[in-house]
Design a protein around this ligand. Structure first.
Ligand SMILES: [Fe+2]
Ligand SMILES: [Fe+2]
Length: 369
């Protein structure tokens, strides 16, 4: 099968450049001066395939995710917080309900910021697929919208800002989740870090799994269940609506991340060893325990039809769905105690992406252009 233009035709169409600037590195990206072969395009270590020209798109799942993200665009200030302001001032919330809201805000006011920093400062430079970079830019903006949303909720409802914004330092169960994620950013941020070695590629995969599968795919979900339980009781409806939009975005982030991880696995078959699969399972187990500890801390006595046993089952249930998407066997076999979570995210506006696979990705075979 013909895969590219032949060498003679290619060189005749190439602007002649001084040898020293041909295929030069500008900072962290390689500028190709000769027509690339799109089949060289890879998610990592694919500089030869051109990192700046979007077309022709090889990793279609990323472009589809980018367009879906745009179709789901929203901004926090579009949502009225009036009823929440009135309810927070009233005596109609219990102490346990107030604690759950404060802890949820305490976790989220930094969580999305940690994800955004990892994305922009650690992941982005190592991704060599322009279409994946397009989605990362969209995702980075959405993380900013989410951080904006939490700020807007805390300010408009009139929560105790110094209490909320210091929780990630002062509440053990929040601190442990944050450290679990941040510890994986550090290795990638090292200027010496490279994906050119097998060890580097596995370290990079670990980062993607910690952030896309565990942070965005597990660490957000006991709070999502809790906020949507408020909504089901017609309480804190503005806050809950914000979380509904955030949850839709986050399920897109997770789906994109898992598609990207699976595509990297296909492009680098040496990475997904039995040992690395076992390591992935251990990381998910650790993440599940941290999320259960956090969930029990948020609702120590149970509220709004949620309790510790339900949270444990739910976190285990979603963790099983995540590892299955990675091609691994379910770990826990726990039933879903909150089937309404899947329905709650359907806003009747756009496609419901929650808990679904976005699209098939194309990595096999060759492309001609
Ligand atoms: Fe987010
Ligand atoms: Fe996210």
């Amino acid at each position: 099968m013909s895969t590219t233009t032949n060498t003679t035709e290619k060189s005749s169409k190439t602007i002649k450049r001084p040898q020293e600037i041909r295929n030069s590195f500008y900072g962290d990206f390689k500028m190709t001066h000769e027509r690339p072969n799109v089949n060289d395009r890879r998610i990592i270590n694919g500089e030869e395939g051109d990192v700046v020209q979007l077309s022709p798109i090889k990793h279609k799942f990323a472009w589809d995710a980018y367009k879906a993200g745009n179709a789901n665009h929203w901004l926090p200030e579009e949502i009225s917080m009036q009823k929440d302001i009135e309810l927070w001032k009233s005596k109609d919330l219990t102490d346990n309900e107030r604690r759950a809201i404060e802890m949820t805000m305490g976790f989220f006011t930094t969580a999305d910021s940690i994800v955004a920093n990892n994305l922009v400062l650690a992941i982005y430079k190592h991704i060599t697929s322009p279409e994946c970079r397009m989605y990362l830019l969209r995702q980075a903006f959405e993380e900013a919208v989410h951080t904006h949303s939490y700020q807007y909720i805390v300010e408009s409802v009139g929560l105790d800002e110094s209490k909320i914004f210091n929780m990630y330092r002062e509440i053990e169960s929040i601190y442990k989740k944050d450290m679990f994620a941040v510890s994986l950013t550090e290795g990638i941020l090292n200027p010496e870090f490279t994906t050119s070695t097998p060890e580097g590629r596995q370290k990079f995969m670990e980062n993607l799994i910690i952030f896309y599968v565990i942070t965005e795919g597990i660490f957000f979900y006991s709070s999502f269940a809790m906020m949507l339980s408020f909504q089901r009781q017609n309480k804190m409806v503005g806050t809950a609506e914000q979380f509904q939009y955030i949850m839709r975005d986050e399920s897109m982030h997770m789906n994109f991340g898992i598609d990207m991880i699976n595509a990297i696995k296909d492009e680098n078959p040496d990475l997904w060893t039995p040992e690395f699969q076992q390591k992935t399972i251990e990381m998910v187990r650790n993440g599940v325990e941290l999320e259960i500890e956090y969930g029990e801390d948020v609702i120590p006595d149970g509220i709004l039809g949620l309790n510790k046993d339900g949270i444990r089952e739910y976190v285990q249930h979603i963790a099983d769905r995540r590892v299955e998407r990675l091609g691994l066997k379910a770990i826990y076999g726990s039933p879903n105690p909150y089937p309404w979570m899947s329905e709650a995210i359907d806003l009747g506006k756009e496609k419901n992406f929650f808990e679904t696979r976005v699209t098939e990705y194309q990595v096999g075979g060759t492309l001609e252009w």
